[in-house]
Design a binder for this molecule. Sequence first.
Ligand SMILES: *[C@@H]1O[C@H](CO)[C@@H](O)[C@H](O)[C@H]1NC(C)=O
Length: 141
Amino acid sequence: MKSFFVVATLAAAALAQRLHIAEPTAGQNLPTGQFFTAELRMDNTLSSMSQKSVLVAVTACYDVCDQPDQWGPGTVLYNGLFNPQYNVSAPQKSLYQDFRVQLPEGWPTGESVLAVAHQFTVGASEIPVFDYTTVHFNVTD
Ligand SMILES: *[C@@H]1O[C@H](CO)[C@@H](O)[C@H](O)[C@H]1NC(C)=O
């Protein structure tokens, strides 16, 4: 019980520091088939946090954007290491990493969802923690 409490406290502290999608912004227009930047930020991290990986995927949600349980399977644009860094030229961004990814050719126009699954660990014993963040954007011709 005591160790569960420690884990829950660490996880709650870590989740207060969850990942944010800084780009694309909500409602941003992105042309189908084009490269764009997905900028993922951590406002702050605990010294006991160790970043592991992110998976970035897009899903065209057609007319069910507000009903995640009806979304079809997403298309994975990036799946790999996450290593956010400070940039002395852009200190307001805190820790961040830019991923240059491509919306597939012929991607349906209209609303799509960018989803980021994020895995990290907390504590000396490297307890695995996961968070999931989405942003809705608009695909244009
Ligand atoms: C740091 O930020 C500046 C200004 O936004 C940018 O031009 C530069 O490419 C960034 N450096 C890295 C390593 O991302």
